[in-house]
Ligand binder design. Sequence first.
Ligand code: ATP
Ligand code: MG
Length: 237
Amino acid sequence: MTLLELKNVDVFYGRIQAIRGMSFKVEEGEIVSLIGANGAGKTTTMKTISGLLNPSSGSITFEGQDVTKVKAHIRVVRGISQAPEGRGIFPGMTVMENLDMGAFGRADKSGLEQDLERVFDLFPRLKERQKQFGGTMSGGEQQMLSIGRALMSSPKLLLLDEPSMGLAPQFIRQIFSIITEINKQGTTILLVEQNANQALARAHRAFVLETGEITHSGTGKELLSNPAIKEAYLGVA
Ligand SMILES: Nc1ncnc2c1ncn2[C@@H]1O[C@H](COP(=O)(O)OP(=O)(O)OP(=O)(O)O)[C@@H](O)[C@H]1O
Ligand SMILES: [Mg+2]
């Protein structure tokens, strides 16, 4: 079943067009990766899906319903949750308070307890550090907190914007294996990454974005072995 569909989406910042005629689908259960250079429009795409930006034309459908005009906080309730670029955790709040913010508006107590347990299983460090202020967590720990907070809304679609940014190689591998684990537990994932190797290796399908347009698409494997993509994004000629 198609979970998310973008059709001919255009997004502008003032007069500057950041996304041009973007169309793609995310099927339920998939990891879909979006790769592209700095300024290609990856974050803009994520914010348009989460409802922080409005397209000037085109449509966004989630679970078969048009959500193009639906406000961001309602999209969270419908099942779209974003761990934003640069983490965006609340530095003056504790780890537990940050996680509670992710559950904002939820009243299903037993479901919440299960989700908190799921987050603590994925990220034992967060369990150990429940009372520590978010701002004093290390970069990698803040990344865990950002993903954990996004999971606290029990999303059907998890949007991850550069989860590996600024992390040491060992941590990068760990974050990507956790992303795969989250997906195996049943959450569909749209992943934006500069780390194209890992993002393609982990993805069922992927898209390449160049100056606001999708230029390549295929399975993660296909794109990994495409010579043009190797040269441009994977650091091999
Ligand atoms: N608030 C804004 N006002 C004006 N232009 C913007 C704004 N935000 C982004 N842009 C421009 O839109 C284009 C796409 O930006 P976006 O942040 O989506 O890129 P990105 O692919 O996420 O890049 P990066 O890999 O550096 O995070 C860039 O040219 C950027 O300068
Ligand atoms: Mg970005």
